[in-house]
Design a protein around this ligand. Structure first.
Ligand code: PMP
Length: 394
């Protein structure tokens, strides 16, 4: 039987991690995988997470199953963080999922169950798991233009032109903030234009929000999502706690379906629970409980926010430093987009040959499309990267 299987394409980022590990050079720099690192190159367990875990260890009296939707307090707390107080609870259906990836996968499955012919529109480029899962599920999808390679900014005219092809009932996948892989994001005015278009087209927005707090701050990073949530009758939101709580391996995500009325909300909630049941029954609980404990406790919440803010400020400072170094070395402002981008990633705009040259000559590892992880840098390595970018002729 297993001899009938076909070889599956390797995950490019995981393959890159492997070649980084095998590189014997001491001064190699990993800007590949999308994991936050501090100046020492460590992905820390956040202080509030440690404290919440200690509390759970001490106070938890059972590990019996939760509900199919997970712990309701988790959904409530995380929904509050994402949506604020603007969306009526009667519109919200939500289930805990294994990571943001689990939420995206189940969101797609919910779409397929409700409307098998609905086309999902994804940005070009996007996080490669989006098309990969859609392909696996056999769902129709199309790309819309998103990134202007020359300006290294959002190609908003191209995006709106492509989205004018969206049909009634189609789904448009948007990154809530900190677009992966480009780092280029919509302004609030542009979010409004997208909301108006989707409303007119009677299309469904699906927001993937995996980096809230990594861009302009917890509130600003959720502004586009809130605008969509309050103005569109229906929406899907897939949230990940991997990055902003630093609990990558705990697999902590949430899938939210917003409905326009009570009956639809109940139907959505029942179907979300059903999907959990078919796929894995009960969702993982530990990470969800940690998140809930932090968000519901004023002291832990304040400490978590402070540490997240330090991380965000650190990434912004690295962006500024890299843009400055490149301004001096290139005698131009053509790399200023690095300071304008937000989140962990920027797409540099280097050719695959230039990416390869930086790897070969300077031991700098970035993804082949020249996505670099800003959090893989520190004040010492920024000038090294800047010089390598110039030497490679980017
Ligand atoms: N969406 C995007 C855009 C991401 O970059 C990621 C993480 N790489 C995720 C979702 C999901 O992350 P996880 O499954 O680890 O929570």
């Amino acid at each position: 039987m297993f001899d009938q299987l076909k070889q599956q394409p390797a995950d490019k980022i995981l393959a890159l991690m492997q070649s980084f590990r095998e590189d014997p050079r001491d001064d190699k720099i990993d800007l590949g995988v999308g994991v936050y690192r501090d100046a020492e190159g460590v992905t820390p367990v956040m202080r509030a997470v440690k404290a919440a875990e200690a509390r759970i260890l001490e106070q938890q009296t059972t590990k019996a199953y939760t509900g199919l939707a997970g712990e309701p307090g988790y959904a409530k707390a995380l929904t509050g963080l994402i949506l604020g107080a603007d969306v009526a609870p009667s519109r919200i259906a939500a289930v805990a999922t294994p990571g943001g990836t689990g939420a995206i996968r189940q969101g797609f499955e919910l779409i397929r169950m409700a409307s098998p012919d609905a086309r999902v529109w994804i940005s070009a480029p996007t996080w490669p798991n989006h098309p990969s899962i859609l392909k696996y599920l056999g769902m129709p999808f199309s790309e819309y233009r998103y990134f202007d390679d020359a300006a290294r900014d959002v190609d908003f005219a191209g995006m709106m032109e492509d989205l004018s092809q969206v049909a009634e009932g189609d789904v448009v996948l948007l990154h809530g903030c900190c677009h992966n892989p480009t780092g280029a994001n919509l302004t609030l005015g542009q979010w409004q234009s997208v909301a108006d278009l989707l409303l007119e087209k009677r299309a469904i927005p699906f927001i993937d929000i995996a980096y809230q707090g990594f861009g302009d701050g917890l509130e600003s990073d959720a502004a586009g999502t809130r605008l969509i949530a309050t103005q569109l009758p229906q929406a899907l939101i897939a949230a990940s706690c991997s990055k902003n709580f630093g609990i990558y391996r705990e697999r902590t995500g949430l899938l939210i379906a917003l409905s326009s009325d009570d009956a639809m909300q109940k139907l959505a909630q029942g179907n979300l629970a059903y999907l959990n049941r078919q796929n894995f029954s009960f969702p993982p609980d530990h990470g969800a409980r940690v998140v809930m404990t932090i968000l519901d406790d004023p002291e832990l919440r304040a400490d978590w926010k402070a540490e997240l803010e330090e991380m965000r400020a650190g990434m912004l400072a690295l962006r500024e430093q890299l843009a400055d170094e490149l301004r001096q070395r290139s005698n131009s402002d053509r790399f200023d987009f690095i300071a304008r981008h937000r989140g962990m990633f920027s797409r540099l705009g280097a050719t695959p040959e230039q990416v390869e040259a930086m790897r070969r000559d300077s031991g700098i590892y970035m993804v082949g499309d020249s996505r670099l992880n800003i959090a893989g840098l520190n004040a010492r390595t920024v000038p090294i990267l800047a010089q390598a970018i110039i030497d490679a002729g980017v």
